[in-house]
Ligand binder design. Structure first.
Ligand SMILES: *Cc1c(COP(=O)(O)O)cnc(C)c1O
Length: 375
């Protein structure tokens, strides 16, 4: 059996090697490192794939979120509602801009922001909602867009973990995640479902005016060289990263399909275990892209199981071990512990198993057998 890795980027690189190296060579020989043709082509190809009017490439997913919030013209003290159970980047940029993060609880079955909790958290100062499609599974965008419409709020989708996923509306229509809110933000960090070989990110919108603002902000607030119309930042996707992304984008659907197939195998192998809750898999559906395959261990033995997996050469992840509202940087007397029952439970129960495009059945059987023997 091959050594089990949490993510296998070398294995994924092997069949793409010749194409990526050739593309790198072209950039090296033409010295078009910044804003070169590769970046423009990637932008167009991603717009086509997502069926969105505007893709604005940038330097990483955290910048993408920050720039999205800058473009909406939010002012210090404005409140932004987001999930308590997510990667810190989401809340970090809210705080950095002097906005007030309002963390709310998530749903047990989907791990995503709780719709009732959003409603409860809205005040006259609320300006935006940032749903995170955690582990590659869509938040309930239909309900969120409805709330946003009623309360005149912006929606920024944190799509760092769910690129390529479809959202299915109640009338059956499908739409790519990240293109439903006013703005979507994603990351091309190497281990994401569409990863480059360094840092990278992108912002999506169907709104022409917002797109214009976003394009200015990523480039020092400039539309004409050395004329600075708004306060901006320097956030660019470089050409070498665009080369990698252009080679990988045509494979994204296959990659996500493989992740789903491995998720099915895991769930099949673990289903008889009374102390394990496997993630819901929306049937016959392309909505979950399994950035992570995350189980819940309900008998209090999560950490012991993790230790046992480690001893047997199986890597794992705990995403995320501490609720954001309890992190030193984001503690606030506004928060009441009783408002976060689900997050409190999830931080103790979740365990993410190896998930990437190069897994195989033998490895998954080995992992599920270990878990079953232990639990
Ligand atoms: C990875 C990630 C980000 C940040 O992306 P970077 O490219 O690492 O800055 C933001 N939000 C979520 C949910 C992520 O998983």
């Amino acid at each position: 059996m091959k050594k089990i890795q949490m993510v296998d980027l070398q294995g994924q690189y092997e069949p793409l090697k010749a194409q990526i190296q050739q593309s790198f060579n072209e950039v090296l020989e033409t010295a078009t490192f910044i804003n070169g043709p590769q970046v423009h082509s990637f932008q167009k190809e991603l717009e086509d794939y997502l069926q969105v009017k505007h893709v604005i490439p940038c330097a990483n997913g955290t910048d993408a979120l920050q720039i999205a919030m800058m473009a909406l013209g939010l002012k210090p003290g404005d409140e932004v509602i987001t999930a308590d159970f997510t990667f810190a980047a989401t809340v970090e940029v809210i705080a950095l801009l002097g906005l007030t993060p309002v963390l709310v609880d998530v749903e047990q079955d989907t791990f995503n922001i709780d719709i009732q909790a959003i409603k409860k958290a809205i005040t006259p100062r609320t300006k935006a909602i940032v749903p995170v499609h955690l582990y590659g599974r869509p938040a309930n965008m239909e309900a969120i867009m409805q709330i946003a419409k009623e309360h005149h709020l912006f929606v920024i989708e944190d799509n760092a973990q769910a690129i390529g996923a479809d959202f299915t509306w109640s009338d059956g229509r499908k739409q790519k995640l990240g293109t439903i809110g006013h703005i979507g933000a994603t990351s091309f960090f190497p281990s994401k479902n569409l990863g480059c070989y360094g840092d990278g990110g992108a912002i999506f919108t169907n709104d022409d005016e917002l797109a214009h603002t976003l394009r200015g902000i990523v480039n020092h607030g400039m539309y004409i060289r050395y004329h600075h119309d708004v306060v901006g930042v320097n956030s660019r996707l470089d050409s070498l990263q665009a080369c990698v992304l252009r080679v990988k984008l045509p494979h994204l659907d296959t990659y996500n399909q493989k992740r789903r197939a491995f998720a099915h195998l895991y769930s099949e192998g673990l289903k008889k275990n009374p102390h394990i809750i496997t993630p819901e898999i929306p049937q016959g559906d392309t909505s979950h892209v399994f950035h992570q395959y995350t189980i819940r261990i309900t008998n209090g033995k999560r950490d012991a199981l993790a230790e046992y997996l480690s001893q047997n050469g199986v890597p794992f992840g705990v995403y995320y071990p501490i609720p954001l509202h309890q992190q030193k940087a984001y503690q606030d007397s506004r928060y009441k512990e009783e408002d976060f029952p689900v997050t409190h439970q999830l931080v103790k129960e979740v365990l993410s198993l190896p998930m990437h495009t190069e897994l195989d059945q033998e490895q998954i059987n080995f992992i599920t057998k270990l878990i079953t023997d232990f639990v």
